[in-house]
Design a protein around this ligand. Structure first.
Ligand code: BDR
Ligand code: CA
Length: 301
């Protein structure tokens, strides 16, 4: 099987750490072309620094980091969400600092550059607000034809986590989410309705190898503790790309409700629509997901 060229668009981010760690851990599956950053969990300066530091810890400083936007399409960023991601955006876990430079291209230009290199092959894994993607689609009208698929951690088919309907990534920049879902590019939506059912606890280390790097294990342990064993949403989205069978999918036409309305950020999946633009996750095989997590841990030696 050919390796899938991917870009991870992210706001690291406690659970984003796990998404990046999985994206880096399976080079036989993924050709990780870039990590592009967006704020949300914290400022874009902080999330970009975190992306660089995470890649250093994972020994993947070959992966370029391209910095993204400093505000949403329409709204400004909110205050950092220290409760979910710590004051430093990484659960207050300290990891070694990287002095590496960011890529000279901004996120949207990096996405376009890589799409042109891999037309019809590039997969975008988006686990933060979708601002950078929307900016790329707005700037480059021919980009849509070049992207194979977008894997979205975002939205929910039941309750949100910011409001009754709004999940953070989509709610924060619902205008961007609306643009991305309307591109016509096949979308795999892994929403909160599924991710919140998949806790990640210290038991994940059971059965993993003894010679996994202590520094990586230590960070993982601390991040799991910071979240009290709750779900690492972003990891679940990328796991679905490691193994398609992890999710139970349903085809749907899915759209995002934007604007300043009570259900801002709602993702509405119409299963009966004639034209479908997405597969939405409606269930998860937990054993298969935990296997990906354990395999990921075992790769860091
Ligand atoms: C999403 O919001 C962010 O805080 C997390 O990193 C995840 O991407 C969950 O709603
Ligand atoms: Ca995230």
């Amino acid at each position: 099987m050919n390796r899938i060229p991917i870009i991870i668009d992210t706001d690291p981010g406690v659970d984003d750490f796990f998404c990046i760690a999985i994206g880096c851990a399976f080079p036989e599956l993924f050709d990780l072309r870039a990590v592009t950053t967006i704020g949300g969990n914290n400022s874009t300066d902080v999330t970009t620094g975190n992306a660089l530091d995470i890649l250093k810890l994972l020994h993947r400083e070959d992966v370029p980091v391209a910095r993204g936007a400093d505000s949403y399409l329409v709204n400004e960023f909110d205050e950092p969400v220290a409760k979910f991601h710590g004051a430093n955006g990484l659960g207050d876990v300290e990891i070694p600092h990287s002095d590496r430079q960011i890529d000279p291209l901004p996120a949207w230009d990096k996405i376009y550059e890589q799409a042109k290199l891999f037309p019809g092959e590039l997969v975008l894994v988006t686990v933060g607000p979708e601002t950078n993607l929307a900016m790329a689609f707005n700037k480059y009208p021919d980009l849509k034809q070049m992207i194979r698929k977008i894997v979205v951690m975002g939205g929910s088919l039941d309750r949100g986590n910011v409001t009754e309907y709004g999940e953070a990534n989509i709610w924060h920049d619902a205008e961007a989410g609306k643009i991305v879902f309307a591109t016509g590019i096949p979308i795999d939506m892994v929403g909160l309705n599924v991710t919140r059912t998949a806790p990640l606890k210290q038991t994940i280390f059971e059965g993993t190898d003894d010679d996994v790097r202590e520094d990586v294990k230590d960070v993982i342990r601390k991040l799991i503790d910071f979240r009290n064993g709750e779900a690492m949403h972003d990891a679940i989205a990328i796991s679905s790309l490691v193994s398609d069978d992890i999710m139970i999918w349903k085809d749907a036409y899915t759209y995002v409700v934007d604007g300043e309305v009570y259900n801002r950020g709602q993702t509405v999946a119409d299963y009966d629509a004639k034209e479908k633009n997405s597969r939405v996750a409606v269930g998860i095989h937990l054993g298969a997901y935990y296997k990906v997590m354990k395999d990921m841990i075992n790769r860091y030696k």
